[in-house]
Design a protein around this ligand. Structure first.
Ligand code: NAP
Length: 363
C-alpha cells in the first residue's frame, strides 16, 4: 500500500472543487485498510473514506488527514434460481455500469436507479432512491471493514438502519465502517415501478421492458440532473434534500406559503405534495422556485435551473466558498420565509465548525 502526500482532491470529486489531502492512499482490500488505519493512528490523523466523489464538497483548504480511496472491483453472481439472482458488487465499481450490467441480464430492481453518479458503495450509505425504488428494498447484506475491531463483517439489511436517504453509515456509525461490497437480490420476473409522474408520462399506458425503463429514466434525469461525467464543469447531484413533514408542520407551511406568496401558489404547492403514511413529501425544488432562487449565482457556483436542487460549478473554477455561500443563502431563505430547515445532501470535508454554522449543520 502506497501513501502519497499533498494530493489535490478536486479531480477526485464530480464537483471538480477542493484543495489537497495531506495524505492519500488507494485501498483495495482489508489488508490495505489495516495498513492505512495503522498509519493514520500512528500519525494521529483523521481518516476520510472516498468512493466515487459524487456526493462531496471539499474545502478550498483541503483536508489535513488521510484520504482513503476505495478501488476494489468485481461483480459476482452468488446464486440464482428461476425467480431471483443474488449478486455481489464491489463498492469501488461504478454504480451506473453495474445497473447497466443488471439491466442487460434482465435482472429487475435497479432500473429506476439508473444514471445515478458515483460508486456502488455510496448506494448503501445513503439508501439511494429514485422514482419509487429504494436500494434498501433490494439489498440483502453489506460487507464492511470495522475500523474499531479491525474485522470484516457482513451486516444484514436489518442491521443497516435504512430509512429515507440514510443508514447507520451516514448517521449513528458514520466513519466506523468501510463498505467493501453489497449483495443485492434481484428479480428475474418483471417488477415494474411506474407510478411516478415522470415515468407515467413517458409510457402513458404502454408496458415497457427493462431496457425501455432504463432509457426513460436516463432521459428524464439528463434533463433535470446534469450527470457529472457529461456536465464537465462539475456538480454533486442533488445538493438539497426533499422535505418530509408531519401533518402539523405541513399545515404551518401552508399558512406561511399563503401569507408569503398567496392562495394560487398554495394551491400549486398542494398539487406537488405526496402524503404517505402521515408523512408529507414536499419537493424542495418547488420551494426554491417560489422563493426566486432558480437562477441564483455566487462566484462560479449557480443553482441549476432545470432542477434547482442541484448546485453546479458553472464556470469550472467555482470555489468551495462560492458553493457554501450559495447553499447558505438557500438554507437561510427557506428558514426565514417558510420556517423550514432544509438539509443538504453532500458530505462536507475540510471545513471548520464556524464555516458550517449557518448551514445548521455541524461536522
Ligand atoms: P420528483 O420526482 O419531482 O419528486 C419530488 C418529491 O415528490 C419527492 O419527495 C418524491 O418522493 C415525491 N414523489 C413524486 N412522485 C411520487 C409518487 N408517485 N409517490 C410518492 N412520492 C412521490 O423528484 P426529483 O427531485 O425530480 O427527483 C427524481 C427522483 O430522484 C425522486 O424519486 C428523488 O427522490 C430521487 N433523487 C434521489 C436522490 C438520492 O437518493 N440521494 C437524489 C436526487 C433525486 P421520493 O423522494 O420518495 O421519491
Amino acid at each position: 500500500m502506497n501513501i502519497s502526500n499533498n494530493i489535490l482532491l478536486a479531480p477526485y470529486t464530480t464537483f471538480k472543487i477542493g484543495g489537497p489531502a495531506k495524505f492519500f492512499s488507494e485501498v483495495k482490500d482489508q489488508f490495505d485498510a489495516l495498513s492505512a488505519y495503522d498509519f493514520a493512528r500512528k500519525e494521529s490523523l483523521p481518516v476520510f473514506v472516498l468512493g466515487g466523489g459524487s456526493n462531496l464538497l471539499v474545502s478550498d483548504k483541503g483536508f489535513i488527514g488521510l484520504v482513503v480511496k476505495i478501488v476494489n472491483r468485481g461483480i459476482e453472481v452468488l446464486s440464482e434460481n428461476n425467480d431471483e439472482v443474488k449478486v455481489r458488487v464491489a463498492s469501488g465499481e461504478n454504480w451506473d455500469e453495474f445497473v447497466n450490467f443488471c439491466v442487460k441480464n434482465n435482472w429487475w430492481g435497479l432500473e429506476n436507479l439508473s444514471h445515478i453518479p458515483g460508486s456502488s458503495g455510496a448506494i448503501a450509505v445513503q439508501n439511494v432512491g429514485a422514482y419509487g425504488q429504494e436500494s434498501k428494498n433490494l439489498i440483502e447484506s453489506v460487507t464492511v471493514f470495522d475500523t474499531q475491531t479491525r474485522q470484516i463483517l457482513s451486516l444484514k439489511n436489518s442491521e443497516c438502519g435504512f430509512s429515507y436517504r440514510s443508514s447507520i453509515f451516514n448517521t449513528t456509525l458514520k466513519g466506523r465502517y468501510i463498505i467493501f461490497d453489497i449483495v443485492f437480490v434481484l428479480s428475474k420476473q418483471p417488477k415494474r415501478i411506474l407510478n411516478y409522474r415522470d415515468l407515467q408520462e413517458k409510457f402513458s399506458g404502454k408496458i415497457p421492458d427493462i431496457e425501455e425503463i432504463r432509457k426513460a429514466v436516463i432521459e428524464i434525469r439528463n434533463k433535470k440532473f446534469p450527470f457529472p461525467t457529461e456536465a464537465k464543469k462539475g456538480n454533486a447531484g442533488s445538493f438539497f434534500k426533499n422535505l418530509q413533514l408531519a401533518e402539523n408542520e405541513f399545515l404551518k407551511l401552508c399558512e406561511r406559503v399563503e401569507t408569503e406568496f398567496g392562495l394560487e401558489t398554495l394551491q400549486k404547492l398542494k398539487t406537488k405534495v405526496f402524503a404517505e403514511e402521515e408523512v408529507y413529501k414536499i419537493p424542495t425544488a418547488f420551494l426554491l422556485e417560489i422563493c426566486g432562487m432558480k437562477s441564483m449565482e455566487i462566484g462560479g457556483a449557480a443553482i441549476n435551473q432545470n432542477q434547482p436542487l442541484v448546485i453546479i460549478n458553472k464556470t469550472g473554477d467555482a470555489t468551495a466558498s462560492d458553493v457554501l455561500e450559495l447553499a447558505k443563502t438557500v438554507v437561510q431563505t427557506l428558514r426565514n420565509r417558510l420556517g423550514l430547515n432544509v438539509q443538504i445532501e453532500p458530505e462536507l470535508l475540510g471545513f471548520s465548525k464556524e464555516e458550517l454554522i449557518d448551514l445548521g449543520r455541524m461536522i
